[in-house]
Design a protein around this ligand. Structure first.
Ligand code: NAP
Length: 478
């Protein structure tokens, strides 16, 4: 995580959320909290907390400008559940998590919070946190074509005679698929020596600050080309430029990190140019030139015809990819319709799913939205949450089979650890402490147990196990 990357905590006034905020702030990481009630949030989290006041069920309260700079999300929002008989102002009966109180939904329905709200939240953070497979700016993918308006820009503007075109070849791509072709003839006559294609300014500048750089999928010809990225809508302006080599006759992916782009104007470095701003990309240019910058020459330059098939340009995430959206869900979400379950041994929400507005059904639908979003994620499914301290030995599991209890403080730590771990990426898992409900967990506050290395657990997790398998196949004993 870069130090300026903002971590958004949603549900920040809840039992897990407020602990997440507290730990992140103690670690000195930049936090923004999404809350419904500003006064309550400032009282609970501190007057200086960076807040978005919004309600995820109401898309109109989630203005994208409030989410600028958010690179990671820990989502601890939940439909509000409480005892039918009422609770204390600080929700002590709900929070203790061990003694059973007949529950009911308070306020918005599970469908609104867990499904509609999740959809709204994913929509508003998607661009700023980034997608696992990157963002396609130009090219062919899964039968669709993402277009940019390219035009030739050759040395004729300076009296030269080079010329180039940019066209679509329906069958010239990899495996006979479509590709674009940058092709032409370059000549040094009349002091010339370059050809290029440049896009029109984008209708809306691209904010690619979630990404590490641009990846070009192309078939090389052994020559050295330049990519020029502009962050100003003016025509004759600094272009942030990187040269790259290609291997002859090979389809290859060339990655150009934003950090490698240098400010160049008419082949000369502009030392006092502002740093490259990936949040405001306005146009792209691809060039084959005799000239590098500052008097240097392109060692691969030859006059005559050239052809560069280019099938895509996409923004890519930094490797190794770590989760960008960590979501706290409950264990049990796949159990309400699971055949063969002994309901008497199940958590209350499984038994009472229907009475509680299909709470687990909509929590599972919300999880599915995350898994389908393309955002690198972790879904943490705790068993019953308690106010006990962190530090008990843990059991991580997958397949949605376990019951038990776990401390909210421990879950907050797990969520934060997941943000930094490639091993937690795209995993769904359950977690509980080894202790039964009947055994309280206490620690010596003077000598608390050390924080765990959660990677030890994350490394054991597998992709694509959610517990939904059990709905389709034979029941799993619980
Ligand atoms: N309770 C358990 O035993 C248990 C067990 C396993 C998993 N879990 C899961 O763990 C997660 C966190 O649990 P918790 O005990 O920390 O929950 P919690 O204390 O009830 O907190 C829920 C948070 O969500 C916020 N919220 C509710 N609706 C919202 C909306 N429309 N827009 C924005 N924020 C909204 C609440 O805001 P306000 O403060 O404004 O109300 C609150 O901050 C939940 O997803 C829950 O399903 C719970």
């Amino acid at each position: 995580m870069g130090t300026s990357d903002v971590i958004l905590v949603t549900g920040a006034t809840g039992g897990v959320g407020r602990r997440v905020v507290d730990i992140l702030r103690k670690k000195g990481l930049p936090v923004r909290a999404l809350v419904r009630n500003e006064e309550k949030a400032r009282r609970m989290l501190g007057q200086d907390i960076d807040l978005i006041v919004g309600d995820i069920t109401k898309g109109s309260t989630l203005d994208p400008k409030y989410f600028k700079g958010v690179r990671k999300v820990i989502n601890a929002v939940s439909v509000i559940v409480g005892p039918k008989e009422g609770d204390t102002p600080d929700r002590a009966k709900y929070s203790q998590g061990i003694k059973f109180f007949e529950p009911e939904i308070k306020g918005d329905s599970p469908e609104m919070v867990e499904y509609v709200g999740m959809k709204n939240l994913i929509n508003v953070v998607k661009d700023s946190v980034g997608l696992q497979n990157g963002k396609l700016l130009f090219g062919f993918e899964d039968g669709t074509f993402t277009e940019l308006a390219w035009g030739a820009l050759d040395d004729v503007v300076m009296g030269g005679v080079s010329e180039s075109t940019f066209l679509i070849d329906r069958n010239g791509g990899e495996n006979g698929g479509p590709t674009a072709l940058f092709e032409g003839t370059v000549s040094t006559a009349n002091m010339g020596g370059f050809t290029s294609i440049r896009t029109k300014n984008f209708a809306k500048p691209e904010d690619l600050s979630a990404y590490e750089g641009l990846e070009l999928r192309l078939k090389g010809d052994g020559r050295r080309y330049k990519l020029i990225v502009r962050t100003s809508a003016e025509w004759d302006t600094v272009g942030y430029t990187a040269s790259f080599n290609t291997a002859a006759d090979q389809w290859q992916s060339i990655r150009i990190p934003f950090s490698s782009l240098r400010p160049i104007f008419r082949a000369t470095t502009v030392f006092d140019a502002p740093p490259f701003d990936p949040s405001n990309i306005v146009s792209l240019q691809l060039m084959f030139s005799k000239f590098e910058s500052d008097g240097k020459l392109n060692p691969t330059f030859t006059e005559g015809p050239f052809q560069l098939p280019l099938s895509s340009i996409r923004a890519y995430l930094k490797d190794p990819i770590t989760p960008r959206f960590v979501h706290v869900s409950p264990a049990g979400v796949t159990r309400p319709d699971r055949p063969g379950l002994d309901l008497s041994k199940q958590p209350p929400a499984v038994r009472l799913n229907k009475e509680l507005g299909f709470i687990l059904t909509f929590k599972l639908k919300g999880e599915d939205l995350i898994r389908e979003s393309g955002i690198p994620y972790t879904i943490v499914r705790p068993c019953a949450l308690t106010e006990e301290p962190a530090g008990a030995d843990l059991i991580f599991d997958q397949g949605d089979n376990i019951t038990g209890k776990i401390s909210r403080e421990e879950i907050a730590r797990i969520c934060i650890a997941a943000l930094g771990s490639p091993f937690a990426c795209d995993k769904t898992f359950e977690v509980k402490s080894v202790l039964p409900f009947s055994e309280p967990f206490t620690i010596d506050p003077e000598n608390p147990p050390p924080e765990k290395d959660y990677d030890v657990y994350f490394k054991t997790l597998k992709d694509s196990i959610t517990g939904k398998e059990a709905l389709e196949q034979s029941p799993i004993a619980v």
